[in-house]
Design a protein around this ligand. Sequence first.
Ligand SMILES: Cc1ncc(COP(=O)(O)O)c(C=O)c1O
Length: 348
Amino acid sequence: MPKSFVRKGLQGYQPYVPGEQPPDGEDWVKLNTNESPLPPSPRVIEAIKAAAGESLRLYPSPTAAPARRAIAKHFGLAESQVSVGNGADDLIEMCFRAFAGPGDRVAYPTPTYPLLVSLCLLHDAVPSPNPSGEMFTWSTELMDDPAPLKFLVNPNSPTGTWHAGPSVERVLMRSEGVVVLDEAYVDFAAESQLPLLAKHENLLIVRTMSKSYALAGMRIGFALGSPALIAALDAVKDSYNVDRLAIVAASAAIEDIEHHRKIVEHVISERVWLEDQLAELGFERSPSEANFVLARRPGVDQTPTARALAARDILVRHFAVPGLHDALRVTVGTDEEIDAFLEALAAS
Ligand SMILES: Cc1ncc(COP(=O)(O)O)c(C=O)c1O
């Protein structure tokens, strides 16, 4: 497309740099997007195989009804309190459509999930970044920001930082608008803030099956909130935003509690091991409650390290932003991936 047709400022929306990294990335050691090191539940694979038949000629349930039912049952909520999306990113975008019009402020702490600033640009919303304090604590400016839409990511990405319930509740009580709590990584942390839904009508929780359910390839996310907030999301979603295979996969995944627990326990124990190995290589410990670690060498720019790793086909995330240039975000990958990464890191 000729350059003049492209709206300014939308660069950076894609999760890869065109030309620098293949989007399919199958041959790389991929420790940059926090996928699961273990496979999905065998029950999920069976359900997908069973659904991959003639019924694919028909559109899926527009509300992904079977998945909503299964998710609502699992969390002890009403079906009217659940919406399902094509990944959590789909639901996050729906939040912009539903709660932040052109010119509206959208508040978030920094550093956090980079998609938010891209979506502000796409939706002509006004980004309201609120720098976090020491140890990435949320600022009072963030709490009191009068934005109609506010995002919190807990545990945060890319830092892995955990914010306990009282901090989340303080933001909820001091916010005038909708507060979206992105709990993409919460299964690897202490506890979900789900019980706060009963007390705070402005809370919307967003979850994903890409991490602790090992289903990044299926694109399944879900939102939990009051019937009013869920209805607002449903009003702006794409007509059939979750396909037939994803619907059966979501239902099977949420029902296989044992497999989910296995993934979570494995990742947590490997995370501790990875943190120890990084400490031995001279990286500072930065406590993570997610399925990745933030490896820091205080004051030492990690751009050359990220490049050296990429030259050996090992992808990790480096964020060239203030406060994070001296850190690498590394997914708790498979044993082979972590071994390859540590070997390359030691040699870099
Ligand atoms: C904080 C956060 N939210 C949402 C997502 C997106 O999840 P999904 O794969 O379900 O779109 C990610 C993906 O890495 C993430 O880090």
